[in-house]
Design a protein around this ligand. Structure first.
Ligand code: NI
Ligand code: MN
Length: 225
């Protein structure tokens, strides 16, 4: 499975012949502003919550024909902006898409649009694709609910926020990896702003010490997993 990192919590993943993009904060991200949106294929956009550093270029992709999958309040907002293809979900629900089965799971955070509009609850996703099963945590604190994910799924890898201040930091993310029973973690939500800058080597070493592989991709990097 091919994964491309576009900065903050934005990843593009190819599953079979579909392109899935998570949390497309690209144009306004000072670290990824040279990325050309037009080069990013997107059949499905999965959005974790409405904060600006996740919502980002959502309407760009939706207006180009991507299907927006998110919590009801966000898809409703997008429909009112003219989105042609949305799939509303809510926490605890699953749906079989043509790239795999998606379960919307809990995230402990907040969610409002940049203009103050209510964004519903924040969420994460577990995706059982035809190739791999993985968890995309969105912005979240460490929560005991993550144990349910570890009990219910055999994860091949997981995307966890590690930048601290707004989400889990490194120590809590290591605990989260054990709760979800997964030893291959892709870090996200780090370095974009001063509040969330991390020491990469220290982070990788702490995970390694706990027997967990931490991948910290470079922006623009495509890697196989
Ligand atoms: Ni947030
Ligand atoms: Mn965020």
């Amino acid at each position: 499975m091919e994964v491309t990192y576009y900065g903050q919590s934005c990843f593009g993943i190819n599953i079979a012949d579909k392109s899935i993009v998570f949390d497309p904060f690209i144009t306004d991200n000072p670290l990824s502003k040279n990325t050309i949106l037009n080069n990013i294929a997107c059949d499905y956009l999965l959005l974790s919550h409405a904060h600006g550093d996740h919502l980002g270029d959502t309407m760009y992709f939706v207006n180009k024909g991507a299907t927006l999958v998110s919590i009801f309040e966000i898809t409703d907002w997008a429909s009112k902006q003219g989105a042609a293809s949305v799939h509303p979900m809510n926490i605890g629900g699953s749906w079989q898409f043509d790239f795999g089965k998606v379960k919307m799971v809990n995230a402990i955070h907040s969610s409002g649009f940049p203009d103050g509009t209510y964004g519903g609850n924040p969420c994460g996703y577990v995706i059982q694709s035809f190739e791999k099963t993985f968890y995309y945590a969105g912005d979240t604190a460490l929560t005991y609910d993550m144990k349910l994910i570890g009990e219910s799924f055999k994860l091949d890898f997981a995307f966890l926020p590690i930048g601290d201040n707004f989400t889990m930091g490194i120590e809590d993310a290591i605990k989260a990896a054990s709760f979800i029973n997964c030893n291959k973690i892709i870090g996200m939500h780090f370095d974009t702003f001063g509040y969330i800058e991390i020491n990469h080597q220290e982070a990788v070493n702490k995970f390694k010490h706990a027997g967990i592989e931490l991948i910290l991709p470079k922006i623009g990097e495509t890697f196989s997993i």
